[in-house]
Ligand binder design. Sequence first.
Ligand SMILES: NC(=O)c1ccc[n+]([C@@H]2O[C@H](COP(=O)([O-])OP(=O)(O)OC[C@H]3O[C@@H](n4cnc5c(N)ncnc54)[C@H](O)[C@@H]3O)[C@@H](O)[C@H]2O)c1
Length: 314
Amino acid sequence: MSILVTGGAGFIGSYLVEELVRRGYAVRILDNLSTGRVENLREVPEGSYELYVGDLLDPYDVREALEGCSTVYHFAANPEVRVGYQRPQLDFEENILATKVLLEEARRQGIELLVFASSSTVYGEPTQIPTPESYGPLKPISSYGASKLACEAMISAYSHYYGFKAVILRLANIIGGRSRHGVIYDFIMKLRRDPRRLEVLGDGTQRKSYLHVSDCVSAVLAAAEHCSEGVEVYNVGSRDWVSVLEIARIVIEEMELSDVRIELTGGVMGGRGWPGDVKLMLLSTEKLESLGWKPRLSSREAVREACRELLGEL
Ligand SMILES: NC(=O)c1ccc[n+]([C@@H]2O[C@H](COP(=O)([O-])OP(=O)(O)OC[C@H]3O[C@@H](n4cnc5c(N)ncnc54)[C@H](O)[C@@H]3O)[C@@H](O)[C@H]2O)c1
């Protein structure tokens, strides 16, 4: 039986495919290449995976890609939290509707395991930090977070109805080479355009957990391997957090720039970078660590490593 990775040509998905192939699995990818790129798969030996260029919103594409697969890693989505305020329908379509099509086909074909890339944004603005998986009520403040929570709920119901196992992974900010969104990529592009000034969205005090993509992939696989029945939910993040201003300083240092003027926009709704931006995020990873997983890098180390990787490829 093969493994299907939706969004396998994207940032996290391509590293996941690489590791699954390295471990000897037959891997199939379904990706519409909207933000994914075939070149992300250049490290994966040719012939060791199948790429279906197709859309999750099209049941025929999903049916074809899923045929003969017992496990699905569902990583395709609109990954940009920031666009939700202007275009909430994107989260409805690319996240909720796409997951609905996948679940219907998964039910029809009788898969055994579904692993879902959810997000820390499902917690909204929790009063408990570090936030454990048991925290509630969950009150997302972005349409992205809301769409991920809706997907989690439907996956749970389908798992119960149709008897497949499910692993829900609430990912912190995942960073590393090949990423084409998020704060580090943004800062690098802005500084390439104008090395004398750096605009920082918000009041600069946003503080969050960042995890290197290599640690994310090892977490995803550890969680998937340990799922014996029902639905399991895991937080995936590093043990510490870093502020957006510290990230700005690390990027400036890594680009070997001096005299850069950092300009804070002040932000919206109490210093947020954009409507729906969660200002403080740190996840409790005790549950995942009880499986034997631990992150190789801290948030700061991950930011520096991701910055170096991106500078090497951009
Ligand atoms: N990067 C992060 O910090 C982060 C944090 C939390 C959760 N996540 C989740 O992890 C997953 C991967 O994110 P990423 O950062 O690698 O983003 P990405 O944009 O690099 O990957 C998403 C992939 O899905 C594909 N895709 C999108 N819509 C599709 C559709 N309708 N049909 C087929 N393919 C489609 C894209 O082409 C892309 O290859 C997403 O579900 C995202 O929401 C990411």
